[in-house]
Ligand binder design. Structure first.
Ligand code: NI
Length: 182
């Protein structure tokens, strides 16, 4: 297993359209393992292959929700999920706000509106097909990750004013990080 480099905006690779995974084989499963390791280490709850420089329609996710839903400090439960060649078959007309972040836009958060329910189809790491109705954070996170497959970042959903603010904060944080490291 290996930690993979996470590409950050404005790297042009993040704007590429990912291509379908042709065959779910051992090579793909090895990449999935590395992607999980990279995502947990970051730490994050979702990671698309393009974020580690591989523009394939593959993403990993683990919401790591607290054991006790009433206590956010309780131990996070690991529930790894793999989505290969995911498709959204239908979505509700009702949009809800959620404060999103992204490992490719480090430490920046903003509210994004998305449909609260989706019906999705995907392959798992064994090539088995799944079709399911998803809602809540799972639906939000899958939509966010699937945006990556189209070269879209969550900041693209914001107004220009809001997006510029986020990018300014990101530039400032990078500068401070650079100064500290120097
Ligand atoms: Ni992201």
């Amino acid at each position: 297993m290996a930690l993979l480099p996470i590409y950050e905006t404005p790297d042009p690779i993040l704007r590429e359209i990912s291509t379908p995974v042709e065959k779910v084989d051992d090579e793909v499963r090895a990449l999935i393992k590395d992607m999980f390791e990279t995502m947990y280490a970051a730490p994050g709850i979702g990671l698309a292959a393009v974020q580690v420089g591989i523009p394939k329609r593959l993403l990993v996710m683990d919401l790591q929700e607290p054991e006790d839903p009433d206590d956010p400090e309780s131990k996070p439960v690991r529930e790894p999920r793999v989505f290969i060649n995911p498709e959204i078959l239908a979505h509700s007309d009702h949009e809800v706000p959620y404060t999103e972040g992204c490992l490719s836009v480090p430490d920046q958060y903003a509210e994004v509106m998305r449909p609260d329910k989706i019906r999705a189809r995907w392959l798992d790491e064994h090539g088995k097909s799944h079709e399911q109705d998803l809602e809540g954070l799972l639906a939000v996170c899958l939509q966010h990750e699937m945006d990556h497959l189209e070269g879209v970042l969550f900041i693209d959903h914001l107004s220009k004013l809001k997006r510029d603010m986020v990018l300014k904060k990101l530039a400032k944080a990078r500068k401070e990080r650079g100064l500290r490291a120097a």
